[in-house]
Design a protein around this ligand. Structure first.
Ligand code: ZN
Ligand code: ZN
Length: 292
């Protein structure tokens, strides 16, 4: 994934620490993982200072390296929130992790497939455990967007930068200026910002699937890295509402019909069933094709 000699060498040096940090997440040792990632950040920073006059390619690859560390950081926070039953927060950190992943995917020029594939496959399955399918989208009046690099209006001709592109290891983005009143709030299915959601309480029934996953983690039946995918199926189960009644009596379900013409055959009903399917993975394999 890296093409410049400087960053390839730096990555070789950091690879054991990166693998270690991901193994700490797997062992639910989130505090230690945070410390490990800080160590990695310090090493990258010290090189970055030395390299301020290097070619664009070098600085842009350092940017990707930093996003991988950010990705590991919010990945760790996501699993920590799940393990600690902070489900609403875990959704926010999951979205943050996906944002970092998009940056890594975009700026590593498609060469970082092992890391991207692993996280993308897992995180998209993880999203399915959450109850959010309506989101709020907020619209506000904004006068103009300031370029994060030159400070000029990013949509004007004076700014030479393109939103979302890298320049010498720095991302150009627009900073909203003079935000006015909120002009509308809409309910949408595919929003730009999935953090704008209906809020549920952590102990609500909406989180029952992710709560089940949390239980698997804390009882050590499943490790974070092994969470692989969900399998949805239908199962016949005993209907908890079913009451055996004389055939001509009014049915228990409240339909007003006679039992024999209504729920007589509903002793068993079809339920949605979800299995969490694990797959063992070695942290060494995630970082393997990033050696340059
Ligand atoms: Zn600019
Ligand atoms: Zn009935």
């Amino acid at each position: 994934m890296f093409s410049t000699e400087q960053v390839i060498t730096l990555f070789h040096k950091l690879r054991p620490d990166a693998i270690n940090s991901i193994n700490l997440i797997d062992g639910l040792r989130f505090e230690q993982c945070g410390a490990e990632l800080n160590k990695i950040r310090a090493v990258i920073d010290s090189h970055n200072t030395k390299w301020s006059n290097e070619r664009d390619e070098v600085l842009n690859e350092v940017y990707v390296l930093n996003r991988i560390v950010d990705l590991l950081g919010s990945y760790s926070t996501t699993w920590r929130n799940i393990a600690e039953a902070k489900f609403a927060n875990s959704w926010g950190s999951l979205q943050g992790t996906l944002d970092h992943l998009r940056s890594v995917k975009k700026f590593s020029n498609g060469n970082c497939t092992r890391i991207v594939d692993f996280f993308e496959n897992q995180l998209i399955e993880l999203e399915k455990l959450y109850p959010y399918n309506v989101f709020f989208s907020m619209g506000a009046k904004v006068d103009w967007f300031e370029c994060s690099l030159c400070g000029k209006d990013i949509d004007s001709l004076e700014c030479e930068h393109v939103k979302g592109e890298l320049y010498r290891g720095k991302l150009a983005y627009g900073i909203a200026k003079n935000i006015g009143y909120i002009d509308h709030v809409g309910v949408v299915k595919y929003p730009a910002d999935k953090c704008c959601v209906v809020q549920y309480d952590d102990d609500g029934s909406q989180f029952q699937m992710v709560r089940y996953l949390s239980g698997l983690l804390t009882s050590r039946k499943l490790k974070p890295l092994s969470f692989h995918h969900l399998e949805f199926s239908k199962r016949m189960e005993k209907n908890p509402e079913f009451k055996k009644l004389p055939r001509n009596e009014i049915c228990f379900c409240g339909s007003g019909k006679k039992f024999k013409k209504c729920c007589i055959d509903k002793k068993f009903v079809e339920f949605d069933h979800i299995d969490i399917m694990p797959r063992e993975i070695n942290a060494n394999d995630i970082f393997i094709d990033t050696l340059g």
